[in-house]
Design a protein around this ligand. Structure first.
Ligand code: SIN
Length: 346
């Protein structure tokens, strides 16, 4: 009888052990849906930018958010605020430095307030192709420029393209650089962009991206330079009579994080973000090139603006006319960044 009681007790204990063990294994296997957790329990990255959704930057920001959410099972959420909804052009850098947002991707020209030498990317006719730009950004001169941002609580982890810039204005068709004489042109904050226009006799006005359309409408400026994806996404072609496909300069972005925030992330999270950024960078470069070609086709087909094209010969003339801009850069900044440009290295 006693033996039976012992066997019964042992059987009960065995059943309890098996049930508990099964429960634990089940909970370990249960897929965690981090999206159900509160913001405090996840990583939330607020990413502010000033352009439209259907631009290379807008599309890449969404792609980055989508891939990170998928690869982290919802543990990392990137909240994208486009069109300057959260912070405007002149505000987003300080918001990032303060840590009010964790990520922005400003045009390199807008970083020249902090690191003036970054204006190397603004030099007219500095690069002949996207490959040259991308290679420069990964070269030791390019890395050296990016490293300087750390002193400003910023870290740049990628370069994204907007594309090559074109010129538009309301006064006359521009084919020769002397056609720019007397025009007032909108620029981003960069002394090299200012010098580029004053060298050929234009004056410049510094205007935030989100106000360019209004200022064109009010005719406080005659023209501007931008990539076709920015030009069309903000309907600037509706206010300008002449467009010149000049490809005279580059507009691209450094993808920046607040350094303190970045340093607070675990090695695993940093690795995942790095991997996703490498993938998105390649994707963005292809998307930007494709989108700018599509926009050129659309604008050619709409016949809503006079379009001029610079041929190889004119480009060389323009490039020669812009040499004082290089002299200015050389005198003010450093030969090192200039001499590392592919056009001077090869
Ligand atoms: C941007 O592409 O982020 C804006 C560029 C500009 O200010 O023209």
């Amino acid at each position: 009888m006693k033996k039976l009681q012992i066997i019964a007790r042992l059987s009960i204990l065995l059943v309890i052990f098996l049930v508990l063990n099964a429960c634990q294994t089940a909970s370990e296997n249960y897929p965690i849906d981090y999206e159900q957790l509160s913001e405090d329990e996840r990583i939330v990255i607020r990413f502010s930018h000033v352009v439209g959704e259907d631009t290379p930057k807008g599309m890449a920001a969404r792609k980055f958010a989508e891939l990170l959410k998928e690869r982290s099972n919802g543990f990392i959420e990137v909240q994208v605020f486009s069109n300057g909804k959260l912070y405007k052009d002149g505000e987003e850098m300080e918001a990032l430095q303060r840590g009010d947002v964790q990520m922005i991707a400003p045009a390199t020209s807008k970083l020249t307030k902090l690191i003036p030498e970054i204006a190397i990317y603004d030099l007219p006719f500095a690069f002949r192709s996207y490959d040259e730009i991308h290679e420069y950004s990964k070269s030791s001169a390019g890395r050296h420029l990016v490293d300087k941002l750390e002193a400003h609580n910023l870290i740049a982890l990628s370069i994204w393209d907007s594309g090559f810039k074109q010129l538009s204005n309301n006064v006359r068709p521009i084919t020769h650089y002397s056609d720019l004489k007397g025009l007032q042109m909108r620029i981003m904050p960069s002394d090299i962009l200012h010098k580029q226009f004053t060298t050929v006799g234009s004056s410049t006005k510094l205007i935030d991206f989100n106000n360019v359309f209004n200022e064109l409408q009010k005719s406080t400026i005659d023209g501007q330079e931008n990539t076709l994806s920015n030009f069309t996404s903000k309907s600037m072609y509706t206010l300008q009579n002449y467009l010149t496909i000049s490809n005279h300069g580059y507009l691209g972005y450094f993808v920046l994080f607040n350094l303190e925030f970045w340093n607070s992330l675990s090695p695993d999270v940093k690795l995942l973000i790095h991997e996703v950024l490498v993938e998105v960078e390649q994707w963005e470069w292809a998307a930007a090139e494709k989108l700018n070609k599509e926009k050129l086709n659309e604008i050619e087909e709409c016949q809503c603006i006079d379009i001029e094209y610079l041929d190889e010969g004119s480009m060389e003339e323009w490039e020669q006319a812009m040499l004082p801009v290089y002299d200015y850069y050389r005198a003010k900044y450093s030969n090192y960044y200039l001499n590392s440009l592919p056009k001077f290295e090869n």
